[in-house]
Each structure stands twice: as C-alpha cells, then as structure tokens.
Write a protein that binds this ligand. Sequence first.
Ligand code: KG4
Ligand code: ZN
Length: 342
Amino acid sequence: MRLLAIETSCDETSAAVVVDGCAVSTEVSSQIKIHAEYGGVVPELATREHLRNLSPVVRKALQQAQIEPADLNAIAATRGPGLPPALMVGWKAAQSMAYALDVPLIGVNHVQAHLYSPWFTGEPPVADWESFKPNLSLIVSGGHTLLVKVDAPLEHQILGGTQDDAAGECFDKIAKLLGLAYPGGPEVDRLACTGNPAAFEFARPMLNQPNDDFSFSGLKTSVRYFLEKHPELAADNTRLPDLCASAQAAIVEVLVKKTMRAAKRERVQCLTLSGGVASNSELRKQLQSSCERSGFTLRLASPYLCTDNAAMIGLLAEKQISDGRGFASLEMDFKPGWILGD
Ligand code: KG4
Ligand code: ZN
C-alpha cells in the first residue's frame, strides 16, 4: 500500500506518504505566525494559506518518500470536522488527485485520527495495532474535549464531551487574558513550570457531577473576574507563572479526575491521551501518576503527533482500507460538523 494523506482542517497544511503501515514522510506547514497577530485562527487567511501551501507540501512529501504520484494506490484526506473553507481545500484537492490517478479516495475523521494516534509509535510513526487494548481515551484539542470508550480499532463510542469551550480553547482564552501570545496553551505550560499551582484558587466546573461531561467557559470567566478584581496582579509580570500554574492546575485536575473516574466505572485497564493539549507537560505527568497509582496502562500520543498532521490521517486511512471503511466518491462533500465519525 502506498497512500498520500492530506490534512487541512484548521491552521496546519500537511501531507504524508504512508507505505505499508509506516508514515515514511510527513510535511507540515504551520500558519501559527500568520494567525498570532489576530489572537486566533482567521478562516479566510487559513484558506488562502492552504491554497498557497498545499501543492508544495504534497510535492515535498512525495519527493522525500521517493514516490511518484503514479505509484500511489490511494489518496486520503481529512473530511471533517474543521473550518469549512479550510477543509474544502484539502478535500477537493484529494478528490481531484484520486480522480486523475484513478485510485480510491478515503475520507478520514480528524478527531478519530487524534483518538488513534497513541497507537502510532516511533519516528517515522508506524501503526502498532498488534498492541491495541480496549481503552478509555481523552481527546483534548483546540476544538474538542471528548471522553471516548474504545472497544477495538474503529469501534468506539463517546461517553462525554464539553458543553461549551474545549480544553485547548480554555488555555488559549486564559492566555489571552494574561496578555500571552497565541496559541496560549504552550505559553501557559511553559510559564506554569516555575509557578505555584496553589497560589490562586480557580473554579473546577463539573468536577463533582456524576457524568462524563466538561465545561470550561466558567473557569475562563473565573480567571477573568479574578484579574478584574486584582488589576495589580494582572499588571505584574512576576506573578504570571503563579497565575498560569493555578489556571493550568484547575484544567488538569478536572480532566484527570473525570477521566480516571470514567475509566474505573467502565472497567478498562488502559487509558490513552491525544490532541494538541496532550502536549501539556502537567497533564501528561498527572495522568501518568494517576494511572500508575491505579495500575492502569497509559498510552500517550507522541508530542510530534499531538498537533495536527497528515501522518495520523494516513495511518488511520490505511486501517480503514483494510476494514473496508471510509471509501468516498467524487460527489461526496466534506463534513465540517462531523464530530467523531460513524
Ligand atoms: O489538536 P490541535 O493542534 O488542533 C485542533 O485540532 O484543535 O490543538 C491545538 C490546541 C490549542 O488550543 C493549543 O493552545 C493547545 O492545543 N496546546 C496546548 C499545548 N500545546 C498545544 N495546551 C496546553 N499545553 C500545551 N503544551
Ligand atoms: Zn486536531
């Protein structure tokens, strides 16, 4: 199998070539610098950048893999969820290539690709389905916060999700309140390393509710009210590490406690963590130590696979092909609101 995968759901233009279960080449062109000046992703600019960058990124991925377009057996692309005009660029390019090369087109759900990324190991990443165990999975990205029960590869059901902001969105919005650069998650993580997580007490929304849902907008609001009440702290850069560590502690505590509770209730022995926020050092550390205390195995997505990339799209597409799923026709549209796939 020689497959080309394309990812353009948000602000990363990415292409990868997957050969027999290994993503032999992955190219990512990040737009972070372009959107930073606006404090968030601007869909119109993201679309223009995808249009500008997709062809060079695809060409580089093919060159690096030493594969000619005519050697490809399949094309895969993110079909959803994502920003509609951004998705459209990658999806239409993939449809055109599949038509021109007369090979199958595979539509991949972006959140599913995050979900299974902890099973893609090594550099370059290889799909490790042999070691798969039924698990409870926490997916935390800029757009999603989901707890998912996974019984087998491609057999999963959502247990809960966020009722408002996603965890990554919460990190980014709190960072903005603190005057930090976009995307704020990595900045909060970096500053929190030298701060005191117990310096300030912020809300832990829905922590004690007996369900698998989350809500992060109340936490962001509690940070905003706190800063309005204490303008001297907001203006004092030396307190930034304590503010970041305290806000991060609230997000991480809710994520870890609710995930552990669900895992025990569902009687699974394995947990997985993926998505952009899975890069967060404190979340990785705390979930790891909670799992060790409870005797659970934890599979963490490799940091380089946490942010958006086409390798995870291509590796999942190959699995879909072997299971006979996800084949798309040239008439099929992209699906911006497609939460976790069928
Ligand atoms: O998965 P991703 O690259 O894009 C989406 O599919 O949304 O996730 C991006 C999100 C952003 O909100 C970013 O701030 C957050 O992941 N993020 C982090 C860290 N690295 C990225 N949040 C907290 N700590 C980090 N180290
Ligand atoms: Zn993502």
